[in-house]
Design a protein around this ligand. Structure first.
Ligand SMILES: [Fe+2]
Length: 371
């Protein structure tokens, strides 16, 4: 049984210019990014790379329509390396463009073509949450089939993950908070996953402690505190990605997908709604196990008694952004059963990583409680 793997090399640079110089960015490189990232950090460098701005091909979460529209452009370009500079959407799209022989991305997601990487892939995250720079997953809405599909394959792992703290300066506070809460959830869910082990838990622990520490600083000193800790948060997000890339995430992510997909709630914000309630359910079902260690660690980091750990965690996160009842996102009472069925039908890949198995009724109870 494999315990742990780490593929990409990880580098840190102080500026995008330093990275471009060290990696020799040039005309055989395809840079996939957004114009609002290119303008402040890349424009003045006059690089000879091909640039593709993702937002010109569609808004929001990645989809087959967006990726295929980009692909029409990508096919006209001769390139040896894909350089992804962006958040989750840019990164999920870019992973597919490092593969050989893709003429319709749906075939890659369905695996009806061989999944073989033939380009270099360098990923530079500009949010601090997905950890996608170190995971082998790309997720897209397949509009033509009315479903979300994940391509999970080591062929879409990056060769290099690059940390550049200055790239977080343009990230609005709200998105910074949602993405870093997502990273905290990656670390905590992977800590209690049945696939967790001593190697993955080192990474989970480290990410949980750093993220809580930064959140406490923001709660104490205000939004600007985050700027002093951009590098810490980017690295914590990366480390959480390494933990969940190996041990997986479970019910928080699984229950969050129908809400996010149906009512267009950003991934991190949607996950936040389910975080502590799922853990309370875990705890009530199986109080003895790795959850005790996770709670002890969180309580120590939060400076509270372990019996109040979820209340205190919600208090701290609530100082950064508001937690909402699910109906405020447009969810209907009838969705409680619908979402429960959807989770059971489509999210078995994630439910397999639950700390303890949740029944249909227990999943339904979580939706009901949060509704
Ligand atoms: Fe996530």
């Amino acid at each position: 049984m494999q315990l742990f793997k780490l593929r990409p090399t990880i580098s840190r640079f102080y500026s995008f210019g330093d990275f471009a110089k060290e990696y020799g960015l040039g005309e055989r490189d395809l840079v996939i990014t957004n114009e609002f990232i290119w303008a402040p950090y890349m424009k003045d460098l006059n690089l000879k790379c091909h640039f593709l701005f993702q937002e010109k091909y569609g808004a929001g979460e990645p989809s087959d329509k967006m990726m295929n529209a980009m692909l029409d452009e990508v096919k006209k370009i001769q390139y040896d390396r894909v350089i992804a500079v962006g958040g989750g959407t840019v990164i999920d799209c870019s992973k597919v463009f490092a593969l050989a022989g893709v003429d319709d991305v749906v075939k890659a997601f369905e695996r009806s073509i061989p999944i073989k990487k033939d380009k270099g892939l360098v990923i530079v995250p500009t949010t601090c949450g997905t950890g996608s720079e170190v995971t082998n997953i790309s997720i897209a809405e397949i509009i033509s089939k009315n479903t979300k599909m994940g391509l999970v394959d080591d062929e879409i792992l990056a060769d290099s993950a690059v940390i550049i703290p200055e790239l977080l300066t343009g990230l609005p506070f709200k998105f910074y908070v949602y993405s870093s809460i997502d990273a905290l959830i990656h670390a905590t869910e992977s800590f209690v996953s049945p696939k967790a082990n001593v190697y993955t838990q080192i990474f989970s622990r480290s990410a949980m402690s750093t993220i809580i520490d930064v959140f406490k600083g923001i709660a104490r000193e205000g939004e600007d505190y985050r700027k002093k800790r951009f590098e810490d948060m980017l690295i914590a997000s990366n480390i959480a990605g390494i933990a969940f890339g190996n041990a997986g995430v479970g019910a928080v992510h699984a229950l969050s997908y129908p809400l996010g997909g149906t009512y267009h709630v950003p991934h991190g914000e949607s996950n936040y709604q389910f975080f502590t309630t799922v853990f309370e359910k875990y705890k009530s079902k199986k109080p003895k196990g790795s959850i005790e260690e996770a709670e002890a660690l969180l309580a120590k980091d939060l400076g509270c008694d372990v019996k109040n750990v979820y209340v205190e965690l919600d208090n701290l996160l609530g100082k950064l952004c508001k937690k909402n009842q699910l109906h405020t996102y447009g969810m209907k009472e009838a969705d409680i059963d619908g979402f429960t069925d959807t989770v059971i039908r489509t999210q078995q890949r994630l439910l397999a990583n639950n700390y303890v198995e949740l029944t249909r009724e227990e999943i339904r109870e979580i939706y009901q409680k949060l509704f």
